[in-house]
Design a protein around this ligand. Structure first.
Ligand code: SF4
Length: 463
């Protein structure tokens, strides 16, 4: 049987390039490569699969080339992204020189630049723009007439996707969670290791104007399939789950069925997820808690009502306060994520957001720079207001570098304000004490200490 190698190329930072959103890890966390697990599930039985994650294993380029030279593979699928494409493509040229096999790219940059990347890079053979599609199997088998959602080369020609209007419901074989089992993936919210990262839908049904997931055609998996995947994960010995769905609870009936299923089947997982404050009412939050949910990450974004309205968030600050209070009462931890540096922002609006993060009394806060992601309305606005140029490509939401000035703030001022946000939120003595006494295992203590140190190094002491 021919073998496909899934490869996460090395870099000089902890890159998170999975699920079409690339960034550097602000702290020390790095979670599973869902794209590879799902693609691995799709091709299993037809192709052997091997997996090399050079980021989590901290291999440098020469160590990678050495390892690759010892693996017998027939195709290579690699991750790349706006955060690191220069370095990724230079590494992949060396990999091609080592072994001349078809190379297939996946990552946020291929969503919008596949055509350019294929024309500019002779070594590149194809690009995947939907990793939940069965097209990869048809491509690898040479059934090109059945490939609808990929870019690929045929001789000198680039064949572009011819999307079919698929149903909103999609099924995939059980993802290959076993592939990443021996790697040191970690996340500060995990209560009990080992953990797994699970995706039950694709994209997001909401339309926030700065968000790349709003540009995907939203679709979701049958709950029965997800429960089957969870059974498989349970048998692998997994204790905690990171649901990577961007808005857990968005189709409430479906998510209630999922939580109900987890309870009835007695899985007893601990789990955490992303959601929105306006989709989780008391009933839903209670059911989530009963089925093992311990932490929810909510996009709060800004303390400024005009900005919430402008960017299509669709909820107000009373709703935010209310949902955070309810989660707390039920014993669910919360993280608020905030965007700093939208084009309309000024110093006062950012300071107000920092104060709001503390007022909410959330357990964690994440302050991110506004990033004009390809395909978003924020990007169109930034171009129109000449805050970026058309050829702007390099982007990182976590803030190893910053892309946008605002009307009244320079990039440097926004960076300083973000440092202030982190210091002001995390270095409160009452907060530090609360955090310390909430740790319930040595493993969690180690992960959280390492994350804390990285945040201080990268964000507070960094540039
Ligand atoms: S709800 Fe979250 S994931 Fe969905 S579009 Fe808005 S910001 Fe993106």
């Amino acid at each position: 049987m021919k073998k496909v190698l899934f490869f996460n190329p090395p870099g000089d930072a902890i890159y998170l390039r999975q699920y079409y959103c690339s960034q550097t890890s602000k702290a020390n966390y790095i979670y599973h490569l869902v794209d590879f697990n799902i693609l691995g599930g799709i091709i299993s039985g037809y192709f052997d699969v091997e997996y090399l994650d050079a980021v989590v294993n901290k291999y440098d380029v020469s160590a990678c080339l050495d390892k690759l030279s010892k693996i017998d593979y027939d195709y290579i699928i690699f991750l790349t992204g706006y955060v690191s494409f220069d370095s990724d493509f230079s590494i992949m040229k060396k990999v091609k020189a080592l072994k001349n096999v078809p190379m297939i790219a996946i990552g946020d940059i291929v969503l919008s630049k596949a055509d350019e990347l294929l024309s500019e890079n002779e070594f590149l053979d194809a690009a995947i723009i939907d990793f939940t599609s069965p097209d990869i199997l048809n491509y690898l088998k040479g059934n090109f007439n059945e490939v609808y959602s990929m870019f690929y080369k045929k001789g000198n020609e680039i064949i572009r996707p011819t999307p079919k209007e698929n149903s909103r419901i999609f099924s995939i074989p059980i993802p290959r969670h076993d592939l990443g089992m021996n790697y040191n993936y970690r996340h500060p919210f995990v209560k009990r290791y080992p953990f797994a990262t699970v995706l039950t839908d694709y994209g997001c049904p909401y339309k926030c104007k700065f968000c790349v997931y709003s540009t995907f055609r939203y679709k979701y998996r049958p709950v029965a399939d997800v429960l089957e995947e969870l059974r498989y994960i349970k048998n692998l010995g997994i204790s905690d789950i990171f649901f990577l769905d961007q808005t857990f609870g968005s189709k409430q009936d479906r998510y209630m069925e999922l939580c109900d299923g987890m309870i009835k089947k007695g899985f007893r997982f601990d789990w955490f997820c992303f959601s929105r404050v306006d989709v989780l009412d008391h009933e839903m939050l209670s059911l989530m808690k009963q089925s093992g949910c311990h932490t929810i990450m909510f996009g709060v974004e800004s303390a400024n009502p005009a900005l919430l309205k402008e960017y299509g968030k669709g909820y107000d600050h009373e709703k935010i306060r209310d949902t955070f209070r309810t989660a707390k009462k039920l014993g669910i931890k919360t993280m608020g994520t905030f965007i700093l540096g939208l084009p309309e922002e000024n110093r006062e609006s950012i300071l107000k957001t920092i104060e709001f993060s503390k007022e909410l009394d959330c357990d964690y806060a994440s302050f991110n720079f506004a990033v004009p992601r390809m395909g978003t309305e924020l990007r169109m606005k930034a171009l129109k207001e000449k805050l970026i140029s058309e050829d702007n490509r390099k982007m990182d939401q976590s803030g190893s570098f910053i892309t946008l000035d605002t009307a009244t703030l320079t990039k440097e001022e926004i960076v300083k304000l973000r440092k202030k946000a982190y210091k002001s939120f995390y270095l409160r003595p009452t907060y530090l004490w609360k955090r310390l006494i909430s740790i319930n295992s040595l493993e969690q203590l180690i992960v959280q200490l390492k994350d804390g140190i990285k945040i201080i190094q990268n964000v507070i002491l960094g540039r």
